[in-house]
Design a protein around this ligand. Structure first.
Ligand code: 6PG
Length: 473
């Protein structure tokens, strides 16, 4: 009976798709769901793949069906449901069995769970899975955190079901305990940044140039053929091309401008702050979603201010669009530099030893941020083994050229009052980063003035104070 290679708990879309993906790659997979009807549906839809599915009615059955040491993937709602399943499974499992959380868990929870199981002989994997429903079914990007021995037990299945980039699996070991879920959190932070910057350039074309959705779709379609080639640019082209049957207008024009969020982008911003890493473009993207949700207040403020929306005055549309492409590319470089800097800092803080180049490599396909651009990042990290992306030769060259486009676009947007929070934060990050002498000397003087916090003097050792008592009167 114990012949299944792996188990999957939770047969909602992500879980059932992952199970079907495993079955399709020739592995027997034991499956369990709280609701029998859902299980029946999955089996009915599985067709010939059903022969590799082992439906189980109880946790006992599930455990008995899997070859030890047993890997069991939980594809369930993040949070307390995961603790609940761990609580019920733990007494049924044996030494070296592995519970795997494949949801979007907060890595702090993953660390806590990992720690709690440490003395039980059981092990735990926090597994970031990206690619949405399609990815789960046909090849996601998989980021694994846990003991290396646990990874080796599941490596064969996970690499088989993952997306491939030129034959290389987009699944890899990211480091101990919370590393996998942390890498996924940063993936999502970057995803927020990418989506926000895309929506900002869309806004400039829609409101600044007055282009129609179909015209903007064409621009994204063209960009997708070049260095911006990516899943998100591709779907933007597709989304903008859809006409709503009911309104007989582009669908995007009848969608309310309020974006939801489940929390991973926010976690990325919070962790960046906790680690004292500047991730301003990613944070701006999270803030932009918050601003988007304040629809009623925004409508009132629009009426209160009555500042007319200005059109962009551009001499040549072609030149402007080229600049816009450069701005998006440069903005991306800065946002990814931030994301990878957060990864590097967390890796040092938690002693994860995250292979940054591998993280970039497994994002080249399967995940939401997959792109040609990640191919360049993979190459850059293969040479540099870490450090800020903005200091790698390829991106130094790119930024030397493209910062002018980003600058021009941010300046134009400011002139017409179009908000471009992610792009402008990306530019400020770049400008701050490449500036040998900034303005924090004044802040140090102020801190010393009101709080005697001390300051360093140029070229001298030690802490100094200013003669502020003379200026207090
Ligand atoms: C992925 C996505 C996915 C995420 C959704 C929604 O990598 O497949 O990141 O994990 O949950 O995209 O995220 P928000 O609701 O926070 O936008």
């Amino acid at each position: 009976m114990s012949n299944a290679e792996i188990g999957v708990i939770g047969m909602a879309v992500m879980g059932s798709n992952l199970a079907l993906n495993i079955a399709e790659k020739g592995f027997k997979v034991a499956i369990w769901n709280r609701n029998d009807k859902v299980m029946e549906e999955v089996l009915r839809h599985a067709g010939p793949l059903a022969k590799n599915l082992v439906p189980c009615k109880t946790y006992d059955e599930l455990v008995a069906a899997i070859r030890p040491p047993r890997p069991i993937i939980m594809m369930i709602k993040a949070g307390s449901p995961v603790d609940d399943v761990i609580h019920h499974l733990t007494p049924l499992l044996q030494k070296d069995d592995i519970m795997i959380d494949g949801g979007n868990a907060n890595f702090h929870d993953t660390m806590r769970r990992f720690e709690a199981l440490k003395d039980s002989g059981l092990t735990y994997i926090g597994m970031g899975v990206s690619g949405g429903e399609e990815g789960a079914r046909h090849g996601p990007s998989i980021m694994v955190g846990g003991k290396e021995s646990s990874w080796h037990r599941v490596e064969k299945v996970l690499t088989a079901i993952s997306a491939k980039y030129k034959g290389e699996p987009c699944a890899a070991y990211m480091g101990p305990n919370g590393a996998g879920h942390f890498v996924k959190t940063i993936h999502n932070g970057i995803e927020y940044g990418d989506m926000q910057m895309i929506s900002e350039v869309y806004g400039l074309m829609r409101d600044g140039l007055g282009l129609k959705a179909a015209e903007i779709a064409k621009v994204f379609g063209d960009w997708d053929k070049g260095r911006l080639n990516s899943y998100l640019v591709e779907i933007t082209h597709k989304v903008l091309s859809v006409v709503d049957a009911k309104a007989k207008k582009p669908l995007v024009d009848v969608i309310v401008d309020k974006a939801g969020q489940k929390g991973t982008g926010k976690w990325a911003a919070i962790e960046a702050q906790n680690l004292a890493v500047n991730a301003s473009a990613i944070e701006a993207a999270v803030d932009a979603r918050i601003m988007s949700s304040m629809k009623d207040e925004r409508l009132k403020a629009e009426k209160a201010y009555k500042i007319p929306r200005k059109k962009l005055s551009v001499k040549s549309r072609a030149t402007f669009l080229k600049q816009l492409e450069g701005a998006l590319y440069a903005g991306k470089i800065a946002a990814y530099a931030q994301g990878f800097a957060v990864l590097e800092a967390a890796s040092a803080q938690y002693e994860w030893n995250i292979p940054l180049g591998t993280a970039a490599a497994i994002w080249r396909n399967g995940c939401i941020i997959r792109s040609q651009f990640l191919g360049e990042i993979t190459k850059a990290f293969a040479k540099s083994k870490g450090g800020n992306l903005l200091m790698t030769p390829f991106f130094i060259n790119s930024m030397k050229k493209d910062h002018t486009s980003l600058r021009a676009i941010v300046a134009l947007a400011a002139q017409v009052g179009a908000p471009v929070p992610a792009l402008s934060n990306a530019l400020s990050y770049f400008d701050g980063y490449r500036q040998g002498r900034g303005t924090a000397n004044l802040i140090q003087a102020q801190r010393d003035f009101f709080g005697a916090h001390g300051f360093e003097r140029i070229g001298e050792e030690g802490a100094f104070h200013g003669p502020w008592s003379n200026s207090n009167g």
